[in-house]
Design a protein around this ligand. Sequence first.
Ligand code: PNS
Length: 158
Amino acid sequence: MRAVVPGSFDPITNGHVDVIRRARAIFDEVVVAVGANSSKKYLFEPTERLELVRAATADIEGVTADPLTGLLTDFCRAHGADAIVKGARGAVDFDFEVGMARMNHSLTGIETVILPAAAQWSYVSSTLVREIATLGGDATPYVPAVVARRLATRRAHD
Ligand code: PNS
């Protein structure tokens, strides 16, 4: 069975990697869909977000990543996915995910598995990581090493 783990990953955090690993423990193959939420403004370009997702998951066998440009349900069909997996840190995330899960199910019948974020990473979000990094703080504990290096490089050039 194959699952798609979608998100905007701006940037990928340790919490995302944990969800991807746990999705891979349930499914034989995981395709990470790196997309964009049209109402958000991003720090990293789509190609860089995809590159960082690939680098951060390179050591997890059975995990690949591709760009998501259209509808998630079309991506799932094109990739032969059996289900979508999303992480939820709490009630706000869960409510949002349930709405999208129901819409995606209505569109094509695909099911969504919602995994509770690991307690260890429940307070970590890409938004807070971006804020810490852009205001000169150290986001190293919350992101894969490749992302921490990239954030440091960006800061050096800003
Ligand atoms: O990191 P995010 O903000 O949770 O990612 C949201 C994303 C990119 C997964 C979501 O916006 C999405 O699925 N976009 C693709 C377009 C789509 O299918 N929209 C309808 C969803 S019901």
